[in-house]
Design a protein around this ligand. Structure first.
Ligand code: ADP
Length: 459
């Protein structure tokens, strides 16, 4: 059966998230070409990729579809005006009518062309016949599909450009984020937070990496280590200023990392937590012990992570000695009521996009009251009580975190929040609950990062 094509046809490039384009079929040209802009290679040398953007509708500069593809070749091409151009070649399926087949095409930015795609003779299979005098011999499509509703539901999911700010490319959570994002067709790049730099100007905020200005990202997933919180959040604010969707904004990360600030924020939102007291002067030690509810007491270094700076003082005397020792080291700390009935156990709720998506109970190893997995605790899935669910989501909202790990103790008077973590690890909770956390992160990002330009309809 022959397949007849006119000199112009509607095509779709499903691999690139382009549901409808008008293409010119030109048997005088050998190679096919896609008119793109912001063409930029990236990725590892052994698997190079290219990202680019397309205005699918001629005259609608406000509609931009970002795309990405594997580079299959680089080629010198003589363009129609006789100039030599160096172009990237990609391969994508093309669909016309009821046919779908893979086609190689070069990417070129040659200003405004009436046809976003040119189909050369190399793209045609032997059973195809082109009638140079006919138009649209195959079914026509329309640009309506780019209107917001259509793009979000019927059209292929568009590929997003996502940056993960992390210094640990091989950490489990980072690997999962990259793996899951790529499986969903997104371009995910891990950027070392400390190697990013910026020009702080009002006119045009930008972020740089390796001597180059970064192009626009659709979303940023911060996985900023505690040691680089200050610089990392400054970089994040820059992305926020550029209008990029940031899963966990700078303010929430800062507040969650500062134990005092975090407790104050929780208190302001009337979220339950263990009674907590702080003082700066050594003269107030006794008062402090009393404010914490008297012995036994938990003392925590403000810098503590993974339970390393958390001490249980069984008596007031022991508490006073530890406080004196902390002060001698000029370490900042807080004093907290010991929730005895919860000793050795806490609950982590993972909140994504305002919903608890997974929860686990961590149990300390024998003889230990701290249930941190790093200290040998074990984890298992747990079903949360409504009150726990409620305060976990409220806590994430108080910090405005799109992704948060909320740690709670189950006290005799209901749940009490210990901590809100803005870079919760995926390994323990994915293993304990068998949920695909990375996928849930993308569902949230895809929900939040709309094809924005399509919403601003001009005509
Ligand atoms: P870090 O941030 O260093 O992990 P946490 O405040 O989360 O410190 O405390 C570590 C662990 O110690 C908790 O997971 C919990 O098991 C235990 N713990 C902390 N505070 C209390 C408390 N007030 N009462 C009982 N157990 C506590």
């Amino acid at each position: 059966m022959t397949f007849r094509l006119g000199w112009e046809e509607w095509v779709s490039l499903p691999d690139l998230g382009l549901p409808a384009l008008k293409a010119k079929v030109d048997t005088g040209a050998r190679t096919s070409a896609l008119h793109a802009f912001d063409i930029e290679p990236f990725g590892p040398a052994n698997a190079p990729r290219v990202r680019f953007a397309i205005h699918p509708i001629p005259g609608r500069e406000d509609l931009v579809i970002p795309c990405s593809a594997k580079i299959v070749d680089r080629r010198e091409v003589i363009s129609s005006n006789g100039d030599m151009e160096y172009r990237f070649v990609i391969r994508s399926d093309i669909a016309i009518g009821d046919r779908r087949w893979p086609v190689e095409m070069t990417l070129t930015d040659r200003g405004q062309m009436a046809y976003r795609m040119l189909i050369g003779r190399q793209a045609l299979t032997p059973d195809m016949i082109v009638s140079p005098l006919d138009s649209f011999l195959q079914p026509t499509l329309g640009y309506e599909i780019y209107s917001s509703a259509a793009v979000r539901t019927d059209a292929p999911r568009r590929s997003l450009r996502i940056a993960v700010l992390s210094r640990e490319e091989s950490a489990y959570s980072t690997l999962r984020i990259v793996e899951e994002g790529e499986a969903r067709g997104h371009v995910v790049e891990v950027l070392d937070t400390t190697r990013l730099y910026m020009a702080i100007t009002t006119a045009e905020p930008a972020v740089f990496y390796d001597g180059k200005r970064l192009a626009r990202y659709d979303a940023v997933i911060p996985r900023i280590g505690v040691s680089v919180t200050s610089y990392g959040t400054a970089i994040l604010r820059q992305f926020e200023a550029m209008g990029t969707f940031v899963l966990n904004p700078a303010d929430g990360i800062m507040a969650s990392r500062d134990k005092l600030h975090a407790h104050q924020l929780l208190a302001r939102h009337r979220l339950p937590m263990p009674t907590t007291a702080v003082a700066s002067s050594p003269r107030d030690t006794e008062d402090l012990i009393e404010l914490g509810g008297g012995a036994p007491l938990v003392l925590k270094l403000l810098e503590s992570t993974q339970g390393k700076g958390v001490v249980l003082a069984e008596t007031s005397k022991a508490a006073a000695s530890v406080i004196t020792a902390f002060r001698g080291l000029k370490a900042e700390f807080l004093v907290q009521e010991f929730v005895k009935e919860a000793a050795g156990e806490d609950v982590r709720a993972l909140v994504i996009g305002g919903k608890v998506v997974a929860a686990m109970r961590r149990t300390a190893r024998a003889g230990e009251f701290r249930s941190n997995l790093h200290l040998g605790g074990t984890a298992e899935a747990v079903k949360l009580k409504p009150a726990e669910r409620d305060i976990a989501t409220r806590a994430a909202r108080a910090f405005r975190l799109g992704l948060a790990g909320v740690d709670m103790l189950r006290s005799a008077h209901g749940p009490k929040i210990l901590e809100v973590n803005s870079s919760p690890g995926f390994e323990g909770i994915e293993a304990a609950t068998d949920r695909n956390i990375a996928e849930l992160v993308y569902l949230e990002i895809e929900r939040r990062v709309r094809p924005a330009p399509a919403r601003r309809k001009k005509s």
